[in-house]
Design a protein around this ligand. Structure first.
Ligand code: GDP
Length: 435
């Protein structure tokens, strides 16, 4: 999916327009502990196009001067987006800060759509012409508070999508991303996997995407490491901010099949690790937990087991994910990675036969009878079927969905996990009333 970023100096109405663009949708409901998602990144659509929208105004970098903040937000937009919507304030006219933002955007060669906000009625339309001096194209009048003019802006934005490459859809490789808070060693791991020389890729001429993916072959299977270019761009102040690293992780997860959740073995697990790992779980991706910097840990024969217990305790929602311990720096145990990636990918795409599935369900029910409600009515499961993969999703046809308790669903999930190997993938069980 292409990405649109909304930029502009403070108080021009970025968040209002962002909310208008994403419409009434709520941020995805969280059900993992420790996960609260900012509405910084959300799906939207217009005409037949689906895209994601980033509100760069939501990324504030503490202790940086005002202009530096605006500059970083513009840089984030340039780095992350395919099309940028710059918002200005028609009531205040062109300001120094607008010129400053426009100059940064101009240099990037990314397509920019210029929206002049707070043009609430027709008489005010003449106020837009002065914005031609920004040198980034035709100004479009909009009114965030009245919801006017946004259609024209989005028409223009999606027009630019047509020039984007669509190589992602054509390629059937397994897409792998590495996520984790700053400094856990993601770039080092990519380097260790690919070899130093491979990561120094030049931007492909004629593409507007900065997210450069790198191919990798293991056992003749084709893998694509997602967004390895993003890992080369180091040293920006905003990369260390929590919101930006969550944004980066969200984007990487969306573009991948298998997610490596990287943890710093030297420092252990903190809240931010849980938050980032929670995103992979919620998105239903296959997951491998990678404990890096294992070289730097003083250990005896019990250390690994102890650390694993700790990970299990902190990441209860990822109880299905295998764990491996590596050192990107010393390149030790790196060979454990791809067998696990391959395994969890298979689980993620696994399809089980209906006949076998129903045998397992019948056995499960006979070992542990279905629950009843207060009136003594018992849940009946008539049959089940797998409706999709990645992640495996099952629908059970039942007499009354209200009778399917959380704990019983959990029990059935565990039974399915015992019967079929679903290592590394979440599985979903839905119930439907049989008509
Ligand atoms: P990223 O922000 O997650 O991409 O992390 P980097 O790859 O930039 O690594 C952050 C720091 O950790 C760098 O100084 C690396 O040299 C160091 N580092 C990365 N992997 C290892 C490792 O396996 N062992 C040790 N001791 N240090 C590592």
């Amino acid at each position: 999916k292409p990405t649109i970023a909304v930029v502009g100096r403070p108080n021009v109405g970025k968040s209002t327009l962002f909310n208008r663009i994403i419409g009434e949708r709520k941020a995805i409901v969280e059900d993992s502990p420790g996960v609260t998602r900012d509405r910084l990144y959300a799906p939207g659509d217009w005409l037949n196009y689906e895209f994601n929208v980033i509100d760069t105004g939501g990324i504030e970098i503490k202790d940086e001067p005002f202009q530096e903040q605006i500059k970083m937000q513009a840089e984030i937009a340039i780095l992350e987006a395919d099309v940028i919507i710059m918002i200005t304030n028609g009531r205040e006219g062109v300001t120094e800060d607008d010129l400053f933002v426009a100059r940064i955007l101009q240099k990037s060669k990314k397509p920019v759509v210029l929206a002049v906000n707070k043009i609430d009625n027709f008489e005010m339309r003449n106020d837009i012409y002065e914005f031609y001096q920004l040198g980034i194209g035709d100004p479009f009048p909009v009114s965030g508070s009245h919801g006017l003019g946004l259609g024209d802006v989005l028409d223009e934005a999606v027009e630019h999508f047509k020039n984007l490459e669509t190589e992602e859809e054509e390629n059937d490789s397994v897409r792998v991303s590495l996520i984790g808070r700053p400094n856990v060693g993601k770039s080092s791991l990519v380097n260790a996997i690919l070899g130093e020389e491979r990561v120094i890729v030049s931007d492909i001429a004629g593409t507007t995407r900065d997210a450069i993916d790198t191919d990798y072959f293991y056992n003749d299977e084709h893998y694509t490491l997602v967004d390895t270019a993003g890992m080369r761009k180091r040293g920006k102040v905003y990369e260390a901010t929590e919101k930006y690293s969550v944004l980066r992780a969200t984007r990487a997860i969306e573009r991948s099949d298998v997610v490596l959740v990287v943890i710093n073995g030297e420092e252990g697990i903190i809240e931010q690790d849980k938050r980032i790992a929670g995103l992979a779980h919620e998105a239903g991706r296959a997951v491998v937990i990678v404990v890096n910097k294992w070289d730097a840990v003083e250990k005896d024969e019990k250390t690994m087991k102890k650390f694993e217990d700790k990970v299990r305790q902190e990441f209860q929602f990822l109880d299905y994910a295998p764990i491996t311990f590596v050192s990107a720096l010393k390149k030790t145990r790196m060979t454990t990675l791809f067998p696990l990636i391959s395994l969890v990918n298979e689980s993620h795409k696994k399809r089980v036969q209906s006949s076998t599935l129903n045998e397992v369900l019948v056995d499960s029910v006979s070992m542990n009878p279905t629950p009843t409600d207060n009136g003594g009515r018992r849940l009946s499961i008539y049959y089940g079927t797998q409706v999709s993969t990645a992640p495996p999703t099952f629908v059970l046809f039942v007499n009354d969905v209200e009778l399917m308790h959380f704990s019983y669903r959990r029990y059935l999930q565990n039974q399915l996990r015992k019967a079929f190997d679903f290592t590394g993938t979440p599985i979903h069980i839905l119930s439907r009333k049989r008509n």
